[in-house]
Design a protein around this ligand. Structure first.
Ligand code: SF4
Length: 378
């Protein structure tokens, strides 16, 4: 067996199942049935077996809605991944979850025994009108998932919230954020709604049945949140991510550091620094392969050194640590300005700053980060 021990990987397992599709969703996720759930759980174990033994750093089980899987199924996945990828004792093990699926005290106690260290809850909003508009199944009162996870002893609990929704006022978002802080979370991820044209929500906006998101309201909501979260003791360590001390997501930091990762499950992506593979998102095609003990179809890409260089720059600029001039030039043999001439213009315009050899996006311009970063890629 080919044992790759030189590199250490973040391990991502995608559980592509949900109770129903939300109206804004463009992730790889399918409406589940008990039969499909069982096949997916076994298929994921089989795909893990198809990987050579490697050294893992973190495990992240995302979705979809991983807490639709039973505790035995998730426990088996964690145990198999731990073994196959030699996860160190105490490694971060995150599970994404949604209200309305398994979320009782006993469930989390059993997951803790299996190795869970971090729970990430897709709550999105505490406003019932917004939850209805998004096509979410839960309502603002459905917060038991937080209390049972906390009572069970889950060390780190994160919440996802969405801003930039049609008709959402900054004060609506502030109220959601306040409610999130009241349920007692250690980590907050803020996402701007990306309105996919082919999603039910995108179609409603395109037909004029809902107002398009207001960019000024989104900006006010975002910047008010930065102040609020900072005042509550959260550190913004990436453009969309805020953590109390000791609660950053190590797994996501591997992506931002342009590190190595392995992807298991439909649409999951792996990258060993040379080859990037994306599994087919087609559930039946994926199941068909793994059930026969074969690797699933995947798109294979070999990013050029120039692409890798650009990705490293763009990902690092998303973080509070910023892009280290020294590390970048040691790795690539050129300085940041030489590699990305657009940084000079953004620095002159006050959108990027260079301080103690690190480049960062200036706080007042974080909301246009995607535009700044896409200039670097040109
Ligand atoms: S819970 Fe997430 S993955 Fe599932 S349908 Fe909703 S947005 Fe998509």
């Amino acid at each position: 067996m080919n044992i790759e021990l030189r590199k250490r990987y973040g391990i991502y397992i995608h559980v592509p199942l949900c109770r129903r599709r939300c109206d804004y969703c463009d992730f790889t996720s399918y409406v589940t049935t008990p039969e499909i759930r069982g096949r997916v759980a076994v298929g994921l174990l089989k795909e893990i077996n198809l990987h050579p033994e490697t050294r893992g750093r973190t495990l992240y089980i995302g979705g979809g809605t991983p807490n639709l899987l039973g505790v035995g199924e998730l426990g088996d996945l964690i145990a198999r991944a731990r073994d196959r990828f030699r996860l160190p004792l105490g490694a971060e093990v995150s599970i994404e979850s949604n209200p309305g699926a398994n979320s009782g005290l006993g469930y989390f106690e059993a997951l803790l025994r299996a190795g869970l260290t971090r729970l990430s809850v897709g709550f999105q909003s505490f406003n019932d009108g917004e939850l209805r508009m998004l096509g979410r199944l839960h309502r603002s009162v459905d917060t038991d998932i937080f209390s049972s996870a906390r009572r069970a002893g889950v060390r780190s609990i994160s919440i996802d919230l969405m801003y930039g929704l049609p008709g959402q006022r900054p004060e609506d978002f502030s109220r959601s954020l306040e409610s999130a802080l009241r349920v007692g979370v250690d980590h907050v991820s803020l996402y701007a709604l990306k309105l996919g044209r082919d999603t039910p929500l995108g179609l409603l906006v395109a037909r004029g049945e809902l107002p398009p998101p207001d960019p000024d309201a989104a900006a006010d909501a975002y910047y008010a949140s930065l102040d609020h979260l900072e005042a509550e003791g959260f550190l913004q360590y990436e453009l969309s991510n805020f953590a109390r001390p000791g609660h950053r997501c190590r797994h996501n930091e591997i992506y931002w550091e342009a590190g190595y990762f392995i992807g298991i499950g439909p649409s999951a992506v792996g990258d060993d620094g040379e080859v990037r593979r994306r599994n087919t998102p087609d559930l039946e095609a994926w199941l068909g392969s793994v059930e026969k003990g074969e690797k699933p179809d995947c798109d294979v890409e070999r990013p050029t050194p120039a692409q890798r260089r650009m990705e490293m720059g763009v990902l690092a600029l998303r973080t509070r640590a910023g892009l280290s001039e020294r590390r970048f030039s040691e790795r690539w043999g050129v300085g940041v300005v030489q590699a990305f001439p657009a940084v000079e213009e953004h620095r002159a315009g006050g959108r990027l700053e260079l301080s103690r050899e690190r480049w960062r996006i200036v706080r007042e311009h974080q909301l246009i980060a995607d535009r700044i970063l896409s200039d670097l890629a040109d």
